[in-house]
Design a protein around this ligand. Structure first.
Ligand code: NDP
Ligand code: 8X3
Length: 256
């Protein structure tokens, strides 16, 4: 078993994915394969990583996880140095809108289902053949507190994240005999681009979500992921719920 593991991170251009790429570069024993739709952001991240951690091997590529054909061809045609994936971090995801079920927009629903659920499935399906040879494969799915609790107007986003929770459990069963570990990390509120994306560019509304308490940072979640990847080979962290101290659950956040 090589000491250097190759890690594929989806949605690495911002937030939790970007912070995880930086943390794993710092940890030092990972070869990074990073994808997202915004290639310029990935290029800037690659530059930063190579400036801070010059010995990092890093490959970036543009990918919309909703595009089944693009997922299949880009992952099956990775450069040979990066074509054996040890670790997959299914992080790409988003919320669109915050509306009751009767007035929600069906286009928003499609975007969330296509990204958070179908995208995760396409990427996993394309990556598993590249993991087969390694005896210590590992998948980390990023769920949410919304995978555990349903909150008002969260309907379809909540449903996609409940599905990520269910799929994480199902993958663990189906992959156990192949020696592939499956973990799910479920964050509470993390200050990233998430709310700006949910509210379609309304920065003021997004900012208010994280006001008057201390939310998690992408780095907090990256720390948890880094730890999950470091436990001994015979140990698996199945499921982690990580909340800001001020957030008791999906409904109760203590604001000053
Ligand atoms: P950000 O909006 O900051 O980052 C989301 C990332 O996903 C970006 O890199 C974005 O890249 C990528 N992405 C979105 N759609 C696609 C797509 N179709 N194809 C490829 N990449 C895509 O949000 P977070 O970092 O907060 O979110 C990361 C994950 O964490 C998501 O799954 C989210 O649901 C989950 N989460 C977030 C929480 C929070 O409070 N922030 C709490 C709980 C879970 P690009 O736009 O360049 O494609
Ligand atoms: C993102 C956190 O509380 O907005 O999954 O659902 S929340």
């Amino acid at each position: 078993m090589s000491d250097i593991r190759t890690v594929l991170i989806t949605g690495a251009s911002a937030g939790i994915g970007e912070a995880t790429a930086l943390q794993l570069a710092k940890d030092g024993n990972y070869r990074l394969v990073l994808c997202a739709r915004r290639i310029q952001k990935l290029e800037a991240l690659k530059k930063r990583i190579l400036s801070d951690f010059p010995n990092t091997d890093i490959h970036i590529f543009e990918l919309d996880v909703r595009d089944k054909g693009a997922v299949e061809s880009s992952i099956s045609n990775l450069p040979s140095d990066y074509s054996k994936i040890d670790v997959l971090i299914n992080n790409a995801g988003l919320s669109q809108g915050l509306d009751p079920i009767d007035t929600g927009l069906t286009d928003d629903w499609d975007r969330m289902i296509d990204t958070n659920l179908k995208g995760l499935l396409y990427v996993t399906h394309s990556t598993l053949p590249l993991m087969k040879e390694c005896k210590n494969g590992q998948i980390i799915n990023i769920g949410s507190i919304a995978a555990k609790q349903v909150y008002p107007k969260g309907n379809v986003y909540n449903a996609t994240k409940h599905a990520v929770d269910a799929l994480s459990k199902a993958m663990r069963i189906d992959l156990v005999e192949k020696g592939i570990k499956v973990s799910a990390v479920h964050p509470g509120m993390v200050e990233t681009e998430f709310s700006e994306v949910r509210f379609k560019g309304d920065k003021e509304r997004a900012k208010k979500v994280y006001q008057d308490f201390t939310p998690l940072t992408g780095g907090d979640i990256a720390d948890v992921i880094s730890y999950i990847l470091k436990v001994p080979e015979h140990v698996n962290i199945d499921d982690v719920l990580v909340m800001p101290k001020a957030q008791a659950n999906a409904y109760v956040t203590h604001k000053n």
